[in-house]
Design a protein around this ligand. Sequence first.
Ligand SMILES: NC(=O)C1=CN([C@@H]2O[C@H](COP(=O)(O)OP(=O)(O)OC[C@H]3O[C@@H](n4cnc5c(N)ncnc54)[C@H](O)[C@@H]3O)[C@@H](O)[C@H]2O)C=CC1
Ligand SMILES: O=C([O-])CC(=O)C(=O)O
Length: 337
Amino acid sequence: MMFARVARRTFTSSAVNPYKVTVLGACGGIGQPLSLLLKLNDKVTDLRLYDIKNAKGVATDISHIPTNSTVTGFSAEEADGLKNALKDTELVLIPAGVPRKPGMTRDDLFNINAGIVYDLATAAAENAPNAAVLVISNPVNSTVPIVAEVFKKKGVYNKKKLFGVTTLDSIRASRFISQVANTNPTQEHVSVVGGHSGITIIPLLSQTKYANTLSKEQRDALIHRIQFGGDEVVKAKNGGGSATLSMAQAGAKFANAVLSGFAGEKNVTQASYVDSPLYKSEGIEFFASPVTLGPDGVQEIHPIGDISAEESELLKECKETLKKNIDKGIKFADSKQ
Ligand SMILES: NC(=O)C1=CN([C@@H]2O[C@H](COP(=O)(O)OP(=O)(O)OC[C@H]3O[C@@H](n4cnc5c(N)ncnc54)[C@H](O)[C@@H]3O)[C@@H](O)[C@H]2O)C=CC1
Ligand SMILES: O=C([O-])CC(=O)C(=O)O
């Protein structure tokens, strides 16, 4: 009797949030742990994994985990594999593409990843025009504008449903500040705005409770570590790629936030790199700042708030680089007409 009651409760809980989610690049360093974490999310009931290699193997493996979602692998070799992975899905995560090696910038990945993201975005626009698209592939500052241009060309662009995933910068900031302050990282929050590469990443330490207690040396070191946290991992992996496990956690966290917004949960706010009105008058079409998520995707884009004179300088430098990164993505997409 007891067992029957528990089983019934487990079954009904997942039916409340039946979302279809597709991962493109599901067999990579990020894709595999990200898919695993999505399988553990009870908002996801139909998980589709696509890659140019081994998607069926990874899907079969993950499918044995006893949560209620189905897991299906789609390979590039099968006719309509990509199309079927995307058909009517509600959320698409894109971690497909090559990662950095030591000595490279994220922009050095543009030549390979721009084309990969362009092709996957084209398939998404054709087969899942209403889905939220979460872009992980670097350089995010440029790949997000590429996706926007593709959706515009297809006549299905909805700026409320396109997100560059910058969550890793936020979770790093929580972790790194807790190491300096000797506190619990789960209780720390730092607003990180701008973009997702080096100097375009701006942690707003002046808005934390440590604004007046950190020394200038501590502050500078912390800003640098948050801006270049990705390089720390690339260096430590020594040619074996970049952040994958922390990125999977960040991607799963942000996907859960978007699904929570879809489900009508209130006050779901996370930083993300979105089509933003904040600096459009300066020619900057995309910018990361706190975003409240709702049933239609972006519900409200929040301004960055009061910042220090030091952070104003960082913002100035960020905007110069960001504008170039965005223009590069748009120009690439336009050249593919
Ligand atoms: N937004 C962020 O904060 C972060 C972004 N990244 C970026 O994520 C991307 C992926 O990184 P990793 O997973 O470490 O790389 P990886 O090389 O381990 O995995 C990439 C996967 O993409 C697949 N792939 C390549 N072309 C594809 C296509 N046309 N269609 C479907 N799948 C395709 C590959 O087969 C591979 O399984 C990189 O561009 C990396 O720079 C990495 C960490 C953080
Ligand atoms: O550093 C990289 O190339 C990967 C990445 O975006 C990050 O770890 O933040």
